[in-house]
Design a binder for this molecule. Structure first.
Ligand SMILES: NC(=O)c1ccc[n+]([C@@H]2O[C@H](COP(=O)([O-])OP(=O)(O)OC[C@H]3O[C@@H](n4cnc5c(N)ncnc54)[C@H](O)[C@@H]3O)[C@@H](O)[C@H]2O)c1
Length: 354
């Protein structure tokens, strides 16, 4: 078999919708969820794409996520809402919450939301881009299973706690920062361990809290926050906004997306939008943002560098490429999808390469 194949994004979306349908998840919400998954692949964020479909489908099939749950506003302060996801799908809860925030921001200028009883929300950019497309500066954060040590610590007590902020611009679509708050995903350490490679110092620590380049020792220890105590501080702020404010579990108490098929994850999110047009005309703001981004893009490059990117630009370019020449999947991922199709009674013929 070839090492990789290319698929039209539409093919993978259709396949995802079929699998979800067999798992019992249907309608508009399931389509939005499929969009979120395939957008990750289109963006080049494969770790959060179709490779997770099996786990999501299994979670739905086991009923550990409630696909029928309607989120509920449990505390309403007009420009701030507390939302109980009631163990619904993370992506659906976030879409519902951002829609409510936008509605209110159009009236009051801004609205923020704290969400509890949530499940994995996928990539932050899926949620913030949606708000930015409607002229809103949008933020989304989540806590997650603990695998990161605080600066000076030696145990995994913080999640990878992702944060995304999208800011509307004309020329660049939107500037979208979307990042985990650890140096790199733990998956990279797992992979290095499998392949017998060393990891760079600075990614992780061993059980005693010492820097290590041995992935096996790193897996017994913890990942490190990005940027030393600065990343640790940001991760901690996300932790507090997502758990203390919402009443969700703190990261070490949340339940594993990958391994726990009995207990709800109990995650917290913090989200919000700012309606720029309430402060200055949106076009004016976009023009000013473009000027800043242009200056950055056109500033002198370091030796050996061919282009300076703005946050989100690489992913945006990947999406354009994916729509022109397809999404590349490795043969392992393809085989997993064929096996999934067989298990769920979906015709693997849908998965026709380009
Ligand atoms: N739901 C969860 O629990 C969870 C947890 C962790 C991460 N995530 C998601 O995983 C995804 C990947 O996170 P990550 O931290 O590995 O992302 P990353 O390190 O690939 O990118 C982080 C940010 O840096 C920007 N960037 C990268 N290279 C750049 C360059 N050369 N110039 C300018 N900007 C550049 C990217 O556009 C992005 O905004 C994100 O979508 C995140 O939301 C989700």
């Amino acid at each position: 078999m070839m090492n990789s194949m290319r698929f039209k994004p539409e093919t993978l979306r259709k396949f995802t919708v079929e699998i979800l349908d067999k798992a019992g998840y249907r309608g508009e919400e399931a389509k939005i969820f499929a969009d979120s998954l395939i957008m990750a692949n289109e963006s080049g964020v494969d770790s959060h794409g179709i490779t997770r479909l099996r786990t999501y489908a299994e979670r739905i099939r086991h009923g550990v996520v409630d696909i029928h749950a309607e989120p509920e506003i449990v505390n309403d302060a007009d420009t701030f809402i507390m939302v109980d996801s009631r163990n619904g799908m993370g992506v659906a809860t976030c879409r519902w919450t951002i829609d409510r925030c936008i509605e209110r921001a159009k009236k009051h200028g801004s609205c923020f939301a704290a969400v509890r009883n949530g499940n994995h929300f996928g990539t932050g950019a899926f949620h913030t881009m949606y708000g930015a497309e409607q002229g809103m500066l949008t933020i989304a954060m989540s806590n997650s299973s603990a695998c990161v040590a605080p600066t000076g610590g030696r145990t995994a007590i913080l999640g990878t706690n992702p944060m995304s902020i999208a800011i509307p611009s004309e020329k660049y679509g939107a500037m979208i920062l979307d990042m985990a708050t650890c140096t790199v995903a733990q998956g990279k350490v797992i992979l290095a361990n499998k392949e017998g490679n060393k990891i760079p110092f600075g990614w992780a620590i061993d059980e005693k809290g010492n820097p290590t380049d041995d992935p096996a020792a790193a897996l017994k220890g913890a990942m490190l926050p990005f940027g030393g105590p600065k990343g640790y501080g940001i991760s901690l702020i996300i932790e507090i906004l997502c758990s203390a404010l919402t009443g969700a579990y703190m990261s070490p108490d949340t339940k594993s997306f990958w391994r726990d098929f009995e207990n709800p994850q109990g995650l917290g999110f913090f989200m919000g939008v700012l309606d720029i047009s309430k402060i200055l005309p949106l076009d004016e703001f976009k023009k000013r943002t473009d000027e800043i981004l242009d200056r950055i893009k056109n500033s002198p490059k370091a030796e050996g560098v061919s282009e300076i990117f703005i946050p989100g630009e690489i992913e945006q370019r990947n999406r354009k490429l994916a729509n022109e020449s397809g999404i590349e999947l490795g043969s392992n991922v393809y085989s997993e999808l064929v096996a999934l199709a067989n298990e769920y009674g979906v015709s693997a013929d849908i998965l026709k390469p380009m």
